[in-house]
Every structure is written in structure tokens, then in C-alpha cells.
Design a protein around this ligand. Structure first.
Ligand code: SF4
Ligand code: SF4
Length: 119
């Protein structure tokens, strides 16, 4: 189903795809930022749920275990919003939560499993 097309056409909601894991005839996962009027956003989410699409709102948060992190910087290379950066003076990892869109791309990159989510 062309979900993003239907969101735009039927609800005037723009879907900015941040991450996609989709394969033919398999269950897929999309991380999207939705932009639109609040009432139309609610209607669009209701419509997606009526189509058997599981919708999770981003109340999920990224957690960094500072006792485990070795500040290797690998996670900063995949972060699309620069929420994860290395402090230039100290080379320590800095996490700016307000920039995080919870795309979870950083989680599998961490060699010591210091990154997780709260849900
Ligand atoms: S979840 Fe995504 S946006 Fe947030 S810190 Fe990790 S890579 Fe960056
Ligand atoms: S990849 Fe893991 S260990 Fe390396 S800086 Fe990021 S959180 Fe720390």
C-alpha cells in the first residue's frame, strides 16, 4: 500500500521518512516524521491503525549508559541529526536529547552495547 501517498492525498500530511526497513511480502518498519494540521494528523494515525499498521508515537527515548560507553565515537557517524557528537576538546561523547528523533540507528553500531531505549 502506498502509505505516504495516501497520507499526502487524503490527509494533507507530509511524511518525511527517516528510516525504512521494508521487504516485499514481509512486515516492515518505517520511522517517519509527520507534518500537518493536528486534527488531520490524528485522522491519519487513526486511518493507519484501521489498515492494520501498528503506530508507535515517539515517547520512546534513547538511553546512553555512561558507565559502559568508551567514547569511541562510532555512534556519531550514523546519527542523522547530530544528537550524538564527540566533544572536540575532551573527545567525550555528548548526547543532545532535544535533537534525537529516536531513529535507533545508533543502537547496533555501539560495540559495547551502551545504547538502548526506555521501551
Ligand atoms: S536514535 Fe537516531 S537521532 Fe537519536 S541519537 Fe541515535 S542515531 Fe541519533
Ligand atoms: S558507539 Fe557506544 S561506546 Fe562508542 S561513543 Fe557511542 S555509545 Fe559510546
Amino acid at each position: 500500500m502506498p502509505v505516504t501517498y495516501r497520507l499526502a492525498k487524503d490527509f494533507n500530511v507530509a511524511a518525511n521518512i527517516i528510516r525504512a526497513q521494508v521487504a516485499p511480502n514481509q512486515i516492515g518498519t518505517l520511522v517517519v516524521e509527520l507534518l500537518g494540521d493536528i486534527d488531520e494528523l490524528d485522522a491519519a494515525i487513526e486511518w493507519m491503525r484501521s489498515q492494520d499498521i501498528t503506530v508507535s508515537l515517539a515517547s520512546r527515548e534513547i538511553l546512553i549508559d555512561e558507565d559502559v560507553c568508551v567514547h569511541c565515537g562510532l555512534c556519531t557517524g550514523v546519527c542523522p541529526t547530530e544528537a550524538l557528537t564527540l566533544e572536540p576538546q575532551t573527545f567525550k561523547l555528548t548526547f543532545t536529547r532535544s535533537r534525537c528523533i529516536v531513529c535507533e540507528q545508533c543502537i547496533p553500531t555501539c560495540p559495547v552495547e551502551a545504547i538502548s531505549t526506555n521501551l
